[in-house]
Design a protein around this ligand. Structure first.
Ligand code: NAD
Length: 401
């Protein structure tokens, strides 16, 4: 079939297999141009098919030569519907990894469920003699079913305590308008914490530990975002910020357990704001990212997921013996350090004050944002012939459909 992008709001309902494979190949090529990483050998990535999780899997495999198991929730092609981008990404990743003799298997299903946790544990037991030495937790989901109660929680992106008004941009038209977001109720806050907080990460780590599949010295890392004061009411101090505070509170507990029993560690990495399927859904943030990209590209500081995660692994997680990694006062890793540079944030604020529908094309990188958004789904990639008939039905080698 000929596959075209079908964009509805902040989601694209089609994905292009060749384009997604090209994206994965480009990320692999970037990693291969960097120095080899001496570090993890058996890596479990939870949320491995897109965004930061996919980049973590690629850096583990092609940067450190690690065996990887990726867990994600994606859809294969059916009837006239294409598969999701994460499905095609994972198919391309596995194929490339296998071609280089790297172990790579994937599990597709609800990572919040105990059944998928058990399936993962069984696979580790069966295939990996030694335990897992790195667990990356990179889920972004609008819903979570609590495995104990069966209750389904929904997350929301809202301010807390008062109405938040600010500018936002329509990525497709470049129109800048004002949004007004009403504060979350207590129930909405609690539900967002239940979805995006640390309960599920802690459950994963506890079940992996109890099953005896974690190696001595194991590390686990979960990703968060803080951002500038401009977006604080909506992000850092909003419902999602509460969930991230809960993630950090769980990191402390997970760390204590791992440190005591396995000389391991649990870490939080604060990452840069980037165009991913998850961040596109947040109002205001796409305008912030469009301005940020413009300025960071001008200053030669721009990074995507792969550059961020390569730097995380090589400069923060796996340093030569004796070197201490930099952490902030709360003990977090900061690979958002370039984004948060004072001079850069000052320039973002100045631009923010001026930007409107007439100036958005020149003052911001909204065109770059749009192109990157489409690339998430495999569209607009260099060297891909979009007029060519392709099969939407692509297998992930390790998954039986
Ligand atoms: P993403 O949407 O690109 O990826 C989410 C992943 O989670 C996918 O692999 C998806 O399949 C998987 N997933 C979702 N629900 C699942 C479920 N029920 N079971 C199994 N897998 C499931 O998201 P992202 O932007 O890469 O975000 C990953 C993490 O990074 C999040 O914690 C996010 O808060 C954090 N982060 C993102 C940004 C950003 O700007 N995008 C910045 C800093 C931190």
């Amino acid at each position: 079939m000929i596959i075209q992008p079908k964009i509805r709001g902040f989601i694209c309902t089609t994905a292009h297999p060749t384009g997604c494979a090209a994206n994965v190949a480009e990320q692999i090529a970037y990693v291969k141009r960097q120095a080899k990483i001496t570090g993890p050998k058996r890596v479990l990535v939870i949320g491995a098919s897109t965004g930061y999780g996919l980049a973590s899997r690629i850096v583990s495999a092609f940067g450190a030569g690690a065996a990887t198991i990726g867990v994600f929730f994606e859809r294969s092609a059916a009837d006239k519907r294409t598969a999701t981008a994460g499905w095609y990404n994972s198919a391309a990743f596995e194929t490339k990894a296998h071609a280089e003799g790297l172990y790579a298997k994937s599990i597709n299903g609800d990572a919040f469920s105990d059944a998928i946790k058990q399936e993962t544990i069984d696979l580790i037991r069966r295939d990996w003699g030694g335990g897992v030495d790195l667990v990356i937790y990179s889920l972004a989901s609008p819903k979570r079913q609590d495995p104990d109660t069966g209750i389904v929680y929904s997350s929301c992106l809202k301010p807390i305590g008062q109405v938040y008004r600010n500018k936002t941009i329509d990525i497709m038209t470049g129109e800048v308008s004002e949004v007004s977001l009403t504060p979350a109720t207590d129930d909405e806050i609690a539900q967002t914490v239940a979805v995006m907080g640390g309960a599920d990460w802690a459950r994963w780590m506890s079940q992996l530990h109890q099953a005896g599949v974690l190696a001595r010295g194991v590390k686990t890392v979960a990703y968060t975002y803080i951002g500038p004061e401009l977006t604080f009411p909506l992000y850092h101090k909003g419902t999602i910020g509460r969930a991230k505070a809960d993630l950090e509170a769980h990191a402390i507990k997970i760390h204590q357990q791992l440190a005591n029993d396995l000389q391991g560690e649990a870490l939080i990495s604060v990452n840069k704001a980037l165009v991913t399927q998850a961040s596109a859904a947040i109002p205001v943030v796409p305008l912030y990212i469009s301005i940020l990209y413009k300025l960071m590209k001008q200053q030669g500081l721009h990074e995507g997921c792969i550059e961020q995660i390569e730097r995380l692994f090589s400069e923060r997680l796996y340093l030569p013996e004796g070197q201490k990694p930099a952490r902030d006062v709360a003990g977090r890793i900061r690979i958002d350090d370039w984004e948060m540079r004072e001079d850069l944030q000052q320039a973002v604020s100045e631009c923010w004050a001026q930007v409107n529908s007439d100036t958005s094309l020149t003052l911001t990188d909204v065109l770059g944002y749009r192109a990157e958004f489409q690339r998430l789904f495999g569209f607009g990639c260099d060297g891909v012939d979009y007029d060519k008939d392709v099969s939407a039905d692509v297998d992930i080698p390790s998954i039986d459909k």
